[in-house]
Design a protein around this ligand. Structure first.
Ligand code: SAH
Length: 249
């Protein structure tokens, strides 16, 4: 069933859909009254709804049944990705959303080849938010992950202050044979805890960046003995989080 993330809340078991989704429901899906869709609000509440009224500006639908299935990871994971080249960040947001990330923060690392100027940031972030929304719909998530504007490393460190668990994926830890830190970080996590995981660009991290991060409470982790591409590394961590918190239980 087609899923829509609604901006207006449910009111008296009814929802009013506006914006781009109206076009999607009426023109792309060619739906009519009486057909059903799934609507999710910003709090992750979802319901099967029957379309009651269609106009050019809105669609009104009535709740038929609340959806109770748990689709969100039991912990909140923020992926902080150093700006990579080309469209790799789009890949990270799309696949990371499928794997359950709740927040993405692009940031500038010393070896990031790409620079986003302030004009570019707004456009890029808008596009990434759209990708996150579509991926959340496609993967039956109840929440659309947030995509932050681009930060610099020192701003990222400031923003990380309130997280319960802070890790940085460090290729040199992998080369040195470190193998315990990620598992340890995951086993300390309880339901609703927050984790921030930081990933380097194609060229990796400078030692001074790792030093700065570890001075601020980040634990440098290996993701196994193979060196992963910048866009693969966050998927490893998200898969490990899902395995640990949802499957091992
Ligand atoms: N060019 C670097 C690798 C960079 S990989 C080199 O050859 O050493 C890009 C980013 O992915 C890294 O900065 C790190 O955050 C993450 N990463 C990739 N493989 C990893 C591994 N095995 N362990 C930890 N982090 C890894």
């Amino acid at each position: 069933m087609q899923r829509y993330f609604i901006e207006n809340d449910f009111e008296h078991h009814q929802v009013t859909i506006t914006g781009d989704d109206v076009h999607h429901i009426t023109k792309v899906m060619r739906m009519t009254t009486g057909e059903t869709i799934i609507c999710c609000n910003a709090d992750g509440k979802a319901a099967i709804c029957e379309i009651e009224e269609i106009t050019t500006s809105h669609v009104i639908a009535n709740v038929v049944e609340w959806v109770k299935a748990e689709k969100e990871l039991p912990v909140l994971v923020t992926i902080a990705q150093a700006l990579p080249k080309g469209d790799k960040l789009e890949y990270v947001v799309q696949k990371g959303t499928e794997l359950g990330a709740s927040h993405f923060i692009p940031f500038t690392a010393k070896r990031s080849v790409v620079k986003w100027d302030d004009v570019k940031v707004e456009k890029k972030v808008k596009r990434l938010q759209k990708i996150a929304k579509e991926a959340a719909e496609q993967s039956h998530r109840l929440k659309v992950p947030e995509v932050n504007g681009r930060l610099h490393l020192n701003e990222l460190i400031k923003a990380s202050a309130h997280y319960d668990v802070k890790i940085v994926a460090y290729e040199e830890s992998a080369k040195a044979g470190e193998s315990k830190n990620l598992a340890r970080a995951l086993s300390n996590m309880k339901k609703d805890d927050t984790m921030i995981a930081v990933f380097g660009p194609e060229g990796g991290f400078l030692e001074e960046e790792i030093q700065l991060l570890t001075e601020h409470g980040f634990v440098a982790c290996s993701l196994g003995p193979r060196i992963l591409r910048a866009e693969t590394a966050p998927m490893y961590v998200l898969s490990a989080v899902s395995y640990h918190t949802e499957l091992l239980g």
